[in-house]
Design a binder for this molecule. Structure first.
Ligand SMILES: Cc1ncc(COP(=O)(O)O)c(C=O)c1O
Length: 493
């Protein structure tokens, strides 16, 4: 008789109970723990033992029956009808019931369950956000500006904020006049405006592989074709990029040279110069994404591409989401020449303007000078959390997991060993153990990267980080214990 007490159920989970029950039996059957002819418990007994409604168990059995895994014999009971895990010669690919069928939205919902240590998000943690300072800035703006703070702003942005941005990027070495600054709804809108303005439907966008997931979303929505170029520890590989340029004649190259999301890599100065020369030789504009530029905690970041850009090839996008307040949705784009006018028109068509109150409050906060101390605190906390993540990955991560140490940003990019599950296969088991992460293949243009996992280590304090990696290691071992027997026993095709 099956040990019903072993069925782990999450009653608050987004995944319905009947699916959890069905997934459990599917796993037992496909792993060979339950064999053809084994009897499943009667629905009434199982429901009582699990403390769930009988309808949940009935639905679970119905689903398993539809999948051909079990057969009901009226009067006798319900039995496993076969269908052990299909073997693959070499034994390195196993089926993980349920996990691969989850959509990204479902994964996000699962990661939000209470008690789950989520490393999956892309934002700084709440305790990094200077809420009090924002309250102060908003009150002061409303006191001083009154209705002007809550009416339409110029499409290009609140002029004093544009001036502040131009002063700041000038300090990074970028030659910039305030007129060349477009304030946007986060950096995301800056990226989207550029794609809309310089690309047409069906054009090719060259980008690193892996790349920022949000850029893949934009490409999808705007019907341009993202083509991935391999990376190494210094960012996008230039010989491969040149070949891709020749093959695809792209309309745009998108790069994030500093603390790349998801890999954390930094492109060194010499490669930045070579990249610019390459783009200029082929006359392809570059969209530079610099949202993590300020989050260095080991060594200072090299100058942005735009600061080295003598040929005027680079559009520079950045913003305040990663360093200050994601929800205020303040980003910016630096663009010169006639492109600037076109971008401003697309921005106006998109949303008329970025909210005046948010822009003015951001301006007020930046003018107070508070960002300097804030960034120092954030950087030192990030260093502590990064060290904790590296130590925890070493101590508790799946044996054979590898990574490169990031020098800045929010993420640790790791690779799972080959002798175990892929990141997607492990996902549901990891959630059951109370830990969530971002699956590497999501960041790829071509579905590769199935063994990669991105951890946003900034999300938690060191003790939670350690506990999260401990849970991950346990989940990985559990998964292997469940599936390895199936691989060993599977008939050779
Ligand atoms: C590389 C990169 N670019 C842009 C964005 C979007 O930033 P924002 O919140 O400013 O729109 C993100 C957010 O995750 C990101 O990781």
């Amino acid at each position: 008789m099956h040990m019903v007490t072993e069925i782990p159920l999450f009653k608050d989970a987004v995944e319905p109970i009947y699916q959890q029950v069905a997934r459990h039996f599917r796993l037992q059957i496909e792993s060979g723990r339950m064999l053809p002819g084994d009897r499943l418990p009667p629905t009434r007994d199982l429901a009582r033992a699990l403390g769930v409604g009988r309808i949940s168990v009935v639905n679970a059995y119905a689903q398993l029956q539809t999948d051909g895994l079990i057969t009901a014999h009226p009067g006798r009971g319900t039995f496993v009808s076969g269908a052990r895990v299909p073997s693959v010669s070499g034994g390195t690919r196993w089926r993980s019931p349920g996990a691969l069928n989850l959509s990204v939205r479902e994964m996000v919902r699962l990661a939000r369950q209470p008690g789950v240590i989520a490393f999956s998000g892309g934002t700084p943690p709440e305790e990094f956000l200077p809420v009090e300072a924002l309250r102060h800035a908003i009150n002061s703006v409303l006191d001083h500006d009154g209705a002007a703070a809550v009416t339409y702003e110029e499409s290009e942005g609140y002029p004093p904020l544009r001036k502040q941005v131009s002063d700041y990027v000038t300090s990074l070495g970028i030659q910039c006049h305030p007129d060349e600054v477009l304030i946007t709804g986060g950096a995301q809108q800056a990226l989207d405006l550029v794609v809309q303005t310089v690309m047409g439907e069906g054009d090719v966008l060259l980008t690193s592989n892996p790349t920022y997931l949000g850029m893949l979303d934009i490409a999808h929505i705007r019907r341009v074709i993202p083509v991935g170029v391999p990376m190494d520890e210094h960012g996008i590989q230039l010989d491969a990029l040149e070949l891709a340029i020749e093959e695809h004649q792209p309309a745009l190259i998108y790069v994030a040279p500093t603390y790349h999301n998801p890999t954390g890599t930094v492109m060194p100065l010499h490669r930045r110069r070579q990249l610019l020369a390459l783009a200029q030789r082929h006359a392809i504009p570059i969209l530079e994404d610099a949202v993590y530029h300020e989050l260095s905690y080991r060594q200072a970041a090299p100058p942005p591409l735009k600061a080295l850009d003598e040929g005027d090839m680079v559009l520079h996008a950045s913003g305040y989401s990663k360093i200050l307040l994601p929800g205020t949705r303040i980003g910016y784009l630096i663009a010169n020449g006639t492109l600037r006018e076109r971008l401003a028109r697309v921005k106006q068509a998109a949303d008329i303007c970025t909210p005046a109150l948010n822009q003015r409050a951001m301006h007020q906060y930046l003018a107070s000078g508070g960002i300097v101390g804030h960034l120092n605190r954030v950087r030192s906390e990030l260093r502590i959390r990064c060290e904790a993540a590296l130590a925890a990955a070493e101590a508790y991560g799946p044996p054979g997991m590898t990574w490169d140490e990031p020098a800045g940003g929010l993420y640790l990019w790791t690779r799972l060993p080959d002798d175990g599950p892929t990141a997607a296969e492990l996902y549901v088991t990891a959630i059951q153990h109370g830990v969530a992460y971002a699956i590497g293949s999501l960041f790829h243009t071509d579905g590769r990267g199935s063994r990669y996992i991105r951890f946003n280590f900034s999300s938690h304090q060191p003790a939670r980080i350690e506990e999260g990696f401990r849970r991950l290691g346990d989940a990985w071992h559990d998964w292997r214990d469940s599936y390895l027997p199936a691989v060993r026993h599977a008939p050779i095709l």
